[in-house]
Design a protein around this ligand. Structure first.
Ligand code: ATP
Ligand code: MG
Length: 247
C-alpha cells in the first residue's frame, strides 16, 4: 500500500482549468519527483495535497486515511510537511528561533508562548539538532536575513523538519542555488531520504534523475508520463526538454 496517494485531482480557477485528473502515489521511503514546464500545475498540485486549496474533484489518502479537503494545520498534524517555492522565514529572528517556533511542542502552546519556550532547554536542544541535520551547526544565532541564500534554503527545510514529518514536500529546492549549493542539497536530501518519504518538484533534471525513485511529468495540468528515471529517459517530452542535461 502506498504511504501517499492522490487520485483524479482536478482544479480550476474561474474558467481556467489548471489541473485535470492528476494522480500520484508514493511508497514509504521513496523519493518521488515531479517535473514539467512553468505553469504546468506542479505547485498547484502541492497546494491541493497540503490543504491550501481544496480540489474540485479527486481524493487524497495518507497512511490509509482520506485527508481530502482538510485544512493545512490538520494535514501537518498527520505528519506531512512542506517547503514553499517562495521562501517563508521570519527574517528578523535567528535560525534557531525559526526552527523553534515550528516544533510541535511549541506550536501546541501557541505562538505567544514561544519566547518563554525558547528558554526551555529541551526545545532549544531539539531545534539545534534540526539545524545540525540541515548543515547549519554554528549558525544558530544568526538572523535569517543574514544567512546566505543557500543557508536560507537549508533553514527552510529545517523548519519543515521541525515537525518530525513522515512525508516531506519540497517545491524547487535547488532554485537559485549554484553548483556548490546544489551539491550540498543533494547530500542533505540523500541523508533525509533514509528516514523520510519525499516528494520534490524540480526543474534541475540532473538533480531529479539522480535522486528520484520514480518521476511524474505534469504538463498542461495533466500527468503525461510516470516511471523510473531510466524509463523516463526515453520519454519524448523529457528528451526534447532537456536532453543535454542528462548526458
Ligand atoms: N490562485 C490562483 N488563481 C488563479 N490562477 C492560478 C492560481 N494559482 C495558480 N494559478 C495558475 O495555474 C497555473 C499553474 O500554476 P502553478 O503555479 O501550479 O505552476 P507550476 O507548474 O508550479 O509552474 P512553475 O514551474 O513556474 O513554478 C498557472 O497558469 C497559474 O497562473
Ligand atoms: Mg511552481
Amino acid at each position: 500500500m502506498p504511504l501517499f496517494e492522490a487520485k483524479g485531482l482536478a482544479k480550476r480557477f474561474g474558467d481556467q482549468v489548471v489541473l485535470q485528473n492528476v494522480s500520484l502515489r508514493v511508497d514509504e521511503g521513496q523519493l518521488a519527483g515531479i517535473m514539467g514546464p512553468n505553469g504546468a500545475g506542479k505547485t498547484t498540485t502541492f497546494h491541493l495535497l497540503t490543504g491550501r486549496y481544496k480540489p474540485d474533484r479527486g481524493r487524497v489518502h495518507f497512511a490509509g486515511e482520506d485527508i481530502t479537503g482538510l485544512a493545512p494545520r490538520e494535514i501537518a498534524r498527520k505528519g506531512i510537511a512542506r517547503s514553499f517555492q517562495a521562501m517563508n522565514l521570519f527574517d528578523a529572528d535567528s535560525a534557531l528561533d525559526n526552527v523553534l517556533v515550528a516544533l510541535p511542542a511549541v506550536r501546541a502552546r501557541g505562538f505567544d508562548a514561544w519566547r518563554d519556550l525558547g528558554r526551555d532547554g529541551a526545545a532549544q536542544d531539539a531545534a539545534a539538532a534540526v539545524l545540525a541535520r540541515v548543515g547549519l551547526k554554528g549558525k544558530e544565532h544568526v538572523s535569517a536575513k543574514r544567512l546566505s541564500y543557500g543557508d536560507r534554503r537549508a533553514l527552510e527545510i529545517g523548519v519543515a523538519l521541525a515537525a518530525a514529518p513522515r512525508l516531506l514536500f519540497l517545491d524547487e529546492p535547488t532554485a537559485g542555488l549554484g553548483a556548490d549549493g546544489t551539491a550540498r542539497l543533494i547530500e542533505l536530501i540523500q541523508e533525509l531520504k533514509r528516514r523520510l518519504t519525499i516528494v520534490v518538484i524540480e526543474h534541475d533534471m540532473r538533480f531529479l534523475f539522480g535522486l528520484a525513485d520514480r518521476i511524474t511529468v505534469i504538463h498542461w495540468g495533466q500527468v503525461i508520463a510516470e516511471g523510473t528515471p531510466d524509463a523516463l529517459r526515453s520519454n519524448e517530452w523529457v528528451r526534447r526538454s532537456n536532453l543535454g542535461a542528462l548526458q
